[in-house]
Design a protein around this ligand. Structure first.
Ligand code: CA
Length: 266
């Protein structure tokens, strides 16, 4: 059996206020790590940040815990004493299709990283890593995956003449369907989830492309330009007030983009 880390927040003298936006259902994390020091450091840091954490020291125990607990996110060390970490990764991916899997690898193990991603991992961290960075990645992953879960039940979002139906991946402008490429749709869906909010370039790249993106973010600008063009053309074709009520994707120099839902002059 794998120990579950105590929730330390409730142990500190004053009554902890529930954090806004959190419900009683805290994300469940599974840590599979045979190094006792790393394992306990990780699980106490995660528990201190409000996660429910189960720590397992072997691959077999980790797979059993995954089956029993259905965690939202798994931190998986690839160098395990009993089974090949990549095998564990593939097994976890099979039994937890929607969970986030982050593999932990030794320094410079490029082959491990590639194999891990090919085995179904969503992200990786190279040891030694900074806990702050790990926490930031976990938050980003859980935010993204909860967005995905909410999407399936979501009703279409309407912004002026623009209608975005994330569940069916359909976009309408002035009532007419617009054909978007997959990444253009993902980008629009990302804007639609947070209208009027300034979103950093790095965050868009991480959410729409991949958190392991090493290339130029020029790709982002190209896709935004194409998205704007397609939406504008559709609005022009639809006529009426479709163009004047079309949300505008605004460039924020040195920061990112923001989708304004009430364009100036409308
Ligand atoms: Ca290890």
């Amino acid at each position: 059996m794998c120990p579950r880390a105590r929730e330390q927040l409730s142990q500190t003298g004053t009554e902890a206020e529930p954090t806004a936006g959190y419900t009683s259902e805290m994300p469940r994390l599974l840590v599979i790590e045979d190094d006792a020091t790393i394992g306990s450091t990780l699980s106490s840091a995660l528990a201190a940040n409000g996660y429910t954490v189960t720590l397992c020291a072997t691959g077999r125990a980790g797979m059993a815990a995954a089956r029993a607990d259905a965690p939202d996110l798994v931190l998986l060390d690839l160098g395990l004493p009993d089974v090949d970490g990549l095998f564990v990764c593939r097994e976890l991916r099979g039994m937890l299709p929607s969970a986030v899997i982050v593999v932990l690898t030794a320094r410079d193990a490029q082959l491990d990283i590639v194999s891990g991603l090919e085995s179904g991992a969503d992200d990786y961290l190279v040891k030694p890593f900074v806990v702050i960075e790990l926490l930031a990645r976990i938050r980003a992953h859980l935010r993204r995956s909860s967005g995905t879960a909410a999407e399936s039940a979501s009703i279409p979002l309407q912004f002026g003449s623009l209608r975005v139906d994330i569940a069916s991946r359909r976009v309408l402008v002035g009532g007419a369907e617009v054909e978007l490429r997959a990444r253009e749709f993902d980008l629009l869906a990302r804007f639609a989830r947070e209208p009027s909010v300034a979103i950093r370039r790095e965050e868009l790249m991480a959410d729409v492309w991949d958190s392991n993106w090493f290339g130029s973010t020029k790709t982002l600008d190209v896709h935004v330009a194409a998205l704007r063009r397609r939406l504008r053309l559709a609005a022009e074709a639809a006529g009426g007030d479709a163009l004047s009520t079309l949300p505008e994707i605004v460039t924020l120099r040195g920061h990112g983009y923001r989708m304004d839902t009430a364009p100036a002059g409308s």
